[in-house]
Design a protein around this ligand. Structure first.
Ligand code: PEP
Ligand code: MG
Length: 879
């Protein structure tokens, strides 16, 4: 017989794939003796059985659920559906990977009219019983039947208003029975049926709703953003309810064992008295900091501290713990590895090593590579901030600074972002439906909710600036206005600036500065450098970028795109003259001017490199890209060059190509105009000589783009070598240098053994290689790739993450064939994939020498390379 349902006592923390993260940890905590309300888990296998079985919950599974339900009755001494002593349960989703707030939960299930009455009689607390029942109707209606929750909220507000209440907790038992009737009416109007009174039917529907929530749009988007495999499925946790809404000695909260924003070693969190779990997460009431619990319930507070310590030491990681206090007794409802900012991730990982709890290798594996982006976030320019006018402050929920225009709806935020606007999403509180709007905004501002509210948790995960719980502001989402304390109003499109580290909100735009890296970053990166095998170089063609990259730990330049130097305002007229030259002589005289300019560039890069590798790629794009485009520009050029407008237009037309990406570019230019590459090679070597004479060692790598055949490379290499050796003869010296090639055309991969006869290195240009392998234009593919994702034809953008099966296989072939000719051929990657962690893992496995990426991705690449090396080590160890 297949087994789909597990008691908590049957599981462990190592069974996440089967029991989901929440279930596995509930099982673990039960087994180590923590006060966990009893329950059982319907496995992810059941979810997959449901999904693959045409969304049918099989009787086999439901029968097993019933067996476990009766065990739960025995454990609790309560009876499901009883009117005297009803067993109430929570039904919660729990995927193998944490997806906070993405899927559904139903609390207080098992209540119906008579059970609510029975519960009221049993406990003598009619208020709590009816409060639980009205919450259940609302959650069940929302989750299972998708009745918009505002309909319930409106009914609640009506009754509060009629009685002049400010808080939900002021509602009396009579008010709540009136509310229950209103809720039941909303339910029957929306569904055409009465609210289900049979608890087993309630349970069946709730389980189905949780399974369905695995495929809801917000969960699908979250999985895409976090690379979570859709075939995993979710588990369902059924657990006896404990009640935090039974008066002032009850409550509920969330606590982190360390500060999830900074990583500081302090228990951090918040709680609400007389409330149920969802109240804290939903951010409807603003919770109190966890330290206040010490005053209110010292015994519970101390037990909570001990629990935090025990769980952190047990899991050897910072934990995010959900708890409920029922009439002075503490229950633990969840523990999981706490989501944290990059700063906190590094701080805790390094602290855990210092505390002797984990190894350096484990610390490296713990920091998510993509999270490092957060450390590279901007802050406000100090001097600009001096003139900033703080209009309000809220909770500093997620660090970083942002400036932008305010939008009040997630959908409008997405549209504005698509128009290129820097958006700040402003909401009373966010909900999982807002996920895409949040992802597309620069920052998030909410009026309600605490540090663990949805907005705070999600923004922190995304590494986005967020200020939550800013109650000084009155946000009217319908009118799209913010009213300040002064009465002044802000409207959609107005500018605000947010400091997610201080919680301050400023009017207008404030200039931003680049991020700074501090804390334990260098220490962790030092460990990463010791562990990694790949070298990390930078794609840089300006001294500023190169210097920045060196600060980020780059080990040299992997790609200097020389064409970028040509676009400079002062140079472009000469570049154009070179293109328009009518004779070789004329062209060569302009090239001499350009050479001096290039020499200045290269010498500066060699100086900064201080002996590190500098890979300079000779001119790559088609010449027409440098020519003027507008009428005005053409007229200007004609004037500057003493030519007529028709002459210029004729030349532009002559250079135009139907498909320039496959046209006269890269090494093909040098086949037609060898003097261009000769000039560049001279500039490189003459500057190498200058810098060498200054006492700095230099070893230039000269790279030829777009090679398809060995014969192209032989021809160009001969040309270049001639000029280089002429310099050596003239200077009576010899410097080391390498001539190599980009491998970015499929033919080059297939004939890499031949090409390696002429190349001293290979650098994989995976941008062009992807373009040419797929036949997808790198400039236009975004226009149709969205359809590919939607129709599950492609999972990821192949221009971002290497397509291992196709493009990757070609790279592998080139590596193997290149090594057949030169066993120790130097090989690297300089396409965008060189900064992508998943692709880096693949390049590590191929045993490449280096990857090269943009400056800001250098730290990410260092960490990814270390993780790849350690991951491979683990793999080998387990074989
Ligand atoms: C490439 O094609 O991967 C590459 C690095 O060159 P470019 O992007 O300049 O074409
Ligand atoms: Mg290229």
């Amino acid at each position: 017989m297949r087994k789909f349902v597990y008691q908590f006592s049957e599981g462990s923390k190592d069974m996440k794939n089967l029991l989901g993260g929440k279930g596995a940890n509930l099982a673990e905590m039960t087994n180590i003796g923590l006060p966990v309300p009893p329950g059982f888990i319907i496995s992810t296998d059941a979810c997959n059985d449901y999904t693959t079985g045409n969304k049918h919950l099989s009787e086999e599974i439901f029968e097993e659920v019933k067996i476990h339900l009766s065990k739960l009755e025995t454990q609790t001494g309560k009876v499901f559906g009883s009117t005297e002593n009803p067993l109430l349960v929570s039904v919660r989703s729990g995927a193998p990977f944490s997806m906070p707030g993405m899927m559904d939960t139903v609390l207080n299930l098992g209540l119906n009219d008579s059970a609510a009455r029975g519960l009221a009689d049993l406990t003598g607390d009619a208020r709590s019983a009816y409060d639980s029942y009205r919450r259940f109707i609302q959650m069940f209606g929302d989750v299972v039947f998708e009745i918009p929750s505002y309909q319930f909220e409106q009914a609640l507000s009506r009754i509060k208003k009629a009685n002049n209440y400010l808080l939900d907790t002021e509602l009396t038992a009579d008010d709540l029975t009136e509310l229950i009737d209103a809720y039941k009416l909303i339910f029957s109007q929306a569904t055409g049926n009465d609210f289900p009174q049979n608890p087993l039917e309630q349970l069946r529907l709730a389980i189905i709703a949780v399974f369905d929530s695995w495929m809801n749009p917000r969960a699908v988007i979250y999985r895409r953003l976090h690379d979570i495999d859709a075939s995993l499925g979710t588990a369902v946790n059924i657990q006896a309810m404990v009640f935090g809404n039974t008066g002032e000695s009850s409550g509920t909260g969330i606590t982190f064992t360390r500060n999830p924003s900074t990583g500081e070693k302090e228990v951090f969190g918040e709680f609400l008295l007389n409330a149920q779990g969802e109240d804290v997460v939903a951010g409807i009431r603003t919770p109190e900091p966890i330290s206040a619990l010490q005053m209110r319930m010292p015994m519970v507070y101390n037990e909570l501290l001990k629990t935090c310590e025990l769980l952190e030491n047990h899991y050897l990681d910072m934990q995010d713990i959900e708890f409920t206090i029922e009439k002075g007794k503490l229950y633990v409802l969840q523990t999981r590895s706490g989501k944290r900012t990059a700063k906190a991730a590094i701080q805790t990982a390094v602290d855990f090593v210092h505390e002797g709890k984990i190894t350096r290798e484990e610390a490296i594996m713990r920091v998510e590579t993509k999270q490092l982006h957060q450390l590279l976030h901007p802050a406000f320019h100090e001097s600009a901030l001096k003139n900033g006018h703080v209009i309000a402050s809220g909770l500093p929920a997620s660090p970083g600074a942002a400036t932008g225009q305010i939008y009040f709806e997630a959908k409008e935020a997405v549209q504005a972002a698509e128009r290129g606007i820097s958006v700040i999403l402003v909401r009373n509180e966010t909900s999982p439906e807002d996920i895409e709007g949040m992802a597309r905004s620069n920052a998030i501002l909410t009026a309600h909710g605490g540090m663990t509210s949805h907005a705070a948790v999600v923004a922190r995960g995304m590494g986005k600036c967020c200020i939550a719980g800013c109650s000084e502001l009155t946000i009217n989402e319908k009118e799209k206005t913010i009213t300040l304390k002064t009465g002044e109003k802000l409207y959609e499109g107005d500018y605000l600036s947010l400091d997610g580290s201080s919680g301050n909100i400023y009017l207008g735009e404030i200039a931003l500065t680049e991020a700074s890296i501090g804390g334990h970053f260098d220490e962790l990166m030092g460990w990463a450098d010791a562990a990694k095998k790949l070298m990390i170089r930078v794609n840089a063609d300006t001294p500023t970028d190169f210097k920045k990259a060196l600060l980020f730990g780059a080990e040299g330049i992997g790609l200097c795109r020389t064409e970028h130097m040509f676009f400079d305002e002062k140079r472009i007229p000469y570049v154009r003259q070179m293109i328009l030259a009518e004779s070789l002589k004329e062209r060569e005289s302009v090239l001499t001017i350009l050479k001096e300019m290039q020499k200045a560039d290269f010498s500066e890069l060699f100086r900064i490199a201080e002996g590190r590798s500098v890979n300079i790629r000779l001119l790559d794009p088609p010449l027409h890209e440098f020519l003027p485009k507008t009428d005005h520009e053409i007229e200007q050029l004609a004037q500057d060059m003493n030519r007529t407008v028709p002459q210029i237009r004729k030349r532009i037309e002559a250079l135009a190509e139907a498909n320039p990406m496959l046209g006269h570019r890269g090494c093909r230019l040098a086949i037609t105009f060898p003097e261009i590459y000769r000039m560049q090679a001279e500039a490189i070597m003459e500057s190498a000589v200058i810098v060498h004479d200054e006492g700095i060692s230099v070893h230039p790598e000269i790279m030829i783009p777009l090679i398809a055949t060995k014969s192209e490379l032989s021809y160009i290499k001969k040309e270049i070598k001639q000029v280089i050796h002429a310099i050596f003869d003239r200077e009576r010296m010899v410097l080391p240098y390498d001539i190599g090639t980009m491998i970015e055309i499929p033919r080059a991969c297939v004939t890499a053994d031949e090409i390696a006869e002429e190349a001293q290195f290979f650098s994989f240009g995976t941008n062009d290689l992807t373009q040419l392998t797929y036949g997808f234009s790198r400039d236009d593919a975004t226009k149709f790739l969205a359809d590919y994702y939607e129709k599950d034809i492609l999972a990821k953008d192949p221009f971002m993450t290497i397509d291992k099966a196709g493009v990757g296989a070609l790279v592998e072939m080139a590596v193997t064939r290149g090594r057949m000719t030169h066993e120790h051929l130097k090989m690297g990657v300089c396409g965008e994939h060189g900064g992508d962690p998943d692709s880096i893992q693949f390049f590590h496995q191929l045993g490449l020498t280096y990857v090269s990426c943009s400056p800001y991705r250098v730290p990410i690449a260092r960490l990814a390379a270390a993780q790849a090396a350690l991951g491979t080590k683990q793999l080998v160890a387990t074989l």
